[in-house]
Design a protein around this ligand. Structure first.
Ligand SMILES: C[S@@+](CC[C@H](N)C(=O)[O-])C[C@H]1O[C@@H](n2cnc3c(N)ncnc32)[C@H](O)[C@@H]1O
Length: 244
């Protein structure tokens, strides 16, 4: 099923739209990323588009949300039925959140080629999902973050009761953006960081990280002598600077 046909079938439901799906397909299809994990499906728009991509690649989509997503109108099942793509999607809705399901997947040795992170938009949720996703992604696989420039305030959620209970900082900080800039782009196991509007793409490195030789062989005689002589570098003799 092509992406235009998906758009027609799901009648413009929130959130992913056709141009976004086409951009995603531009990376997913040529790279053959057929094992797709989606975190956060809500009404299932993105899931239906990913399922159409998986169909082209003889692949599969695993998607996670909270139990409340089942009762949404429209819901994911309805969208997949309209597209005729239900067989290509495994749905998980855990009360503990997708993080718990990801833990189970890690323990079971699951592996994915592409992971879409579009679930909870707090540092706590998104940050943990990133580290769990790293465990589930094959070397060379991709992660796509949605909403890197989004905050609860900018997203028009200021009047939602549970958002009102958050602090000013939590409401106004671009929390996914913080994860993207600070945890993802500085992670030594990832490379090729690309921003495209509200999206952030990154790739898990193909190769093993280079270990400092000392970690593999132990210190050389010279390095040991520095220790025995008490010849510490200047900065190691000063007290560490205090942070905030
Ligand atoms: C922005 S919506 C997803 C939109 C969807 N990806 C699309 O583009 O059509 C975010 C979804 O994440 C879900 N969510 C929030 N926290 C979650 C968690 N810890 N685990 C799983 N899903 C979560 C919400 O229930 C919501 O349905």
């Amino acid at each position: 099923m092509n992406l235009e046909a998906v758009q027609t079938a799901i009648e413009g439901r929130k959130w992913m739209n056709l141009p976004m799906a086409q951009k995603a397909a531009g990376w997913i299809i040529p790279l053959g990323n057929r094992r797709i994990l989606e975190l956060g499906h809500m009404h299932g728009a993105s899931t239906c588009y990913f399922a159409a991509m998986a169909q082209d690649l003889c692949g599969h989509v695993t998607t996670c949300d909270l139990p409340a997503a089942a009762t949404m109108t429209p819901n994911l099942e309805d969208g997949l039925a309209k597209c005729g793509l239900a067989d290509l999607v495994t749905i998980h809705r855990d009360p503990e959140g997708a993080e718990w399901r990801m833990m189970q997947m890690i323990d079971a040795g699951a592996e994915f080629d592409f992971i879409y992170i579009d679930a909870g938009h707090s540092v706590k949720c998104c940050g943990l999902m990133f580290f769990l996703a790293e465990r589930l992604l094959r070397p060379g696989g991709m992660i796509l973050f949605d909403d890197i420039h989004w905050s609860y305030r900018k997203g028009g959620m200021a009047d939602v009761p549970w958002v009102r209970r958050l602090t000013e900082a939590e409401q106004t900080t671009e929390q996914v953006g913080w994860v993207w800039r600070t945890l993802v782009q500085k992670h030594p196991g990832f490379e090729y960081f690309q921003e495209d509007g509200n999206w952030g793409w990154c790739w898990k490195r193909h190769t093993e990280l280079e270990q400092p030789a000392m970690m593999l062989t132990g210190p050389t005689e010279d390095e040991m002598q520095i220790y025995l002589d008490g010849r510490l570098p200047q900065e190691a003799q000063e007290p560490p600077k205090q942070g905030p």
